[in-house]
Design a protein around this ligand. Structure first.
Ligand code: DSN
Length: 419
């Protein structure tokens, strides 16, 4: 078979079959995992081009390899678009992920042993913000803040801990906190103690781009994010700042600090995502993501399901399963059989291990991308409630089977990736 013309189905039928099966899974089920989305056909094309062959290190105009003129053009497009979209004075689009972006910020501003203040993982923080098994938790002295009994961020506790421990870096943001964060309150505290303020906006970057969520870029020293959640683009990370003078420090932290060569096809796809996010269509999409997450939360609350904080200001919400006597692991398994994919998630003071958990995280980004509106998300909320109630009644499997059929009927009206 010719290296340059043979198709995947002929070269590697096993991988081809698994890829086809995954596309069918996405087509035939409803994706509620808050960190997932459905990228455009244009994004898939950018990812699958021969740009994947090109190796570069360094930055446009200062590469360590020749033949970089088109790579430079791509990276400059992505950087310029990110800066325009978010009104930033600086952007770095090379981080392979949000965790890599965060790691680069650590390298730029703190040294091993320095104190870093971040949201506790159990309160909705992120692994890369200082969780014990992560490099950030092993190399830095992590102090944390959490949430109050009502589930809202404990700003007083955060400020008191900052004043008692004088962190060099304060991180706002996480992966399972559903409410808008008051960045100004973090700014005041960071200024009081002389800390750098990092906002990780991975879970609402698309809403910030569409101006339907408070904007951390003018407030934080540094902002990290991912392109693959509600920004609806490729899997990858990026860094922004309104402080142009931090460019040198942040660039050298990414390369050569924590990364080597650039994944240029991903950078091309990031450029596409930023361009798509500048359109009126995307702004309508982002508003829909928020409306739909709120409709989903309201439906669950109406059905007496416990939603942390009682709602959401973001694309995600977290269900506390303890009042139902269920675990996140069991609930996500049954929901998956019902055609609804979600992830188990810890809740504050969770008695269960991270592999079991007492919570369920749900998100609206992918469903909204396939065209679902408030009616569909209200129906999804009812299905989730039906399945959870059936689990408590010992009738989980018939309920899952009934919902699976209804899910398939709904998604057939919202097709994705036509063959
Ligand atoms: N940060 C992880 C999540 O929230 O699911 C992966 O993106």
């Amino acid at each position: 078979m010719d290296h340059f013309t043979a198709r995947l189905a002929d070269v590697d039928p096993e991988v081809y079959a698994a890829l086809e099966a995954e596309t069918a899974r996405q087509r035939n089920g409803i994706e509620l995992i808050a960190s997932e989305n459905l990228v455009s056909r244009a994004t898939l094309e950018a990812l699958g081009s021969p740009m994947v062959n090109k190796t570069v290190e360094g930055y446009p105009g200062g590469r360590y390899y020749g033949g970089a003129e088109h790579a430079d053009r791509i990276e400059l497009l992505a950087v310029e678009r990110a800066m325009e979209l978010f009104g930033a004075a600086y952007a770095n689009v090379q981080p392979h992920s949000g965790s890599q972006a965060n790691l680069a910020v650590f390298l730029a501003f703190v040294k091993p042993g320095d104190t870093v203040l971040s949201m506790d993982l159990s309160a909705g923080g992120h692994l890369s913000h200082g969780a014990a098994p992560n490099l950030s938790g092993k190399w830095f002295d992590i102090v944390s803040y959490g949430v109050n009994a009502d589930g809202f961020l404990d700003y007083e506790g955060m400020a008191a801990t900052a004043r008692a421990t004088s962190p060099k870096l304060i991180i706002a943001g996480g992966s399972a906190y559903p409410r808008a964060i008051d960045f100004e309150r973090f700014r005041v505290v960071a200024d009081d103690v002389g800390a750098i303020l990092l906002v990780d906006m991975a879970h609402w970057a698309g809403l910030v781009a569409a101006r339907v969520h408070p904007d951390p870029v003018p407030v934080a020293d540094v902002v990290t994010a991912t392109t693959y959640k509600n920004l609806r683009g490729v899997r990858g990370g990026f860094i922004l700042s309104h402080r142009a003078e931090l460019a040198r420090k942040l660039n050298s932290a990414v390369f050569p600090g924590v990364q080597g060569s650039v994944i240029l096809n991903a950078v091309a796809a990031k450029a596409v995502a930023f361009r798509e996010a500048m359109t009126p269509e995307f702004r309508a999409y982002a508003r829909g993501v928020l409306d739909n997450a709120r409709a989903l939360a309201a439906t669950l609350v109406d059905r007496d399901i416990t939603v942390l904080t009682g709602g959401t200001d973001t694309p995600l919400l977290v269900v506390d399963l303890r009042p139902l006597g269920l675990t996140g692991a069991a609930a996500s398994d049954v929901l998956e059989r019902a055609g609804l994919t979600a992830n188990k998630n810890g809740v504050p003071d969770d008695p269960e291990s991270p592999r079991v958990t007492s919570g369920l995280r749900l998100g609206s980004s992918a469903g909204t991308a396939r065209g679902f509106g408030v009616d569909e998300f209200t129906q999804i909320g009812d299905w989730v409630a039906d399945v959870l109630e059936a689990m408590t009644a010992g009738t989980a499997e018939p309920a899952a089977s009934r919902v699976r059929g209804e899910v398939e009927t709904m998604v057939s009206a919202f097709p994705i990736y036509p063959a």
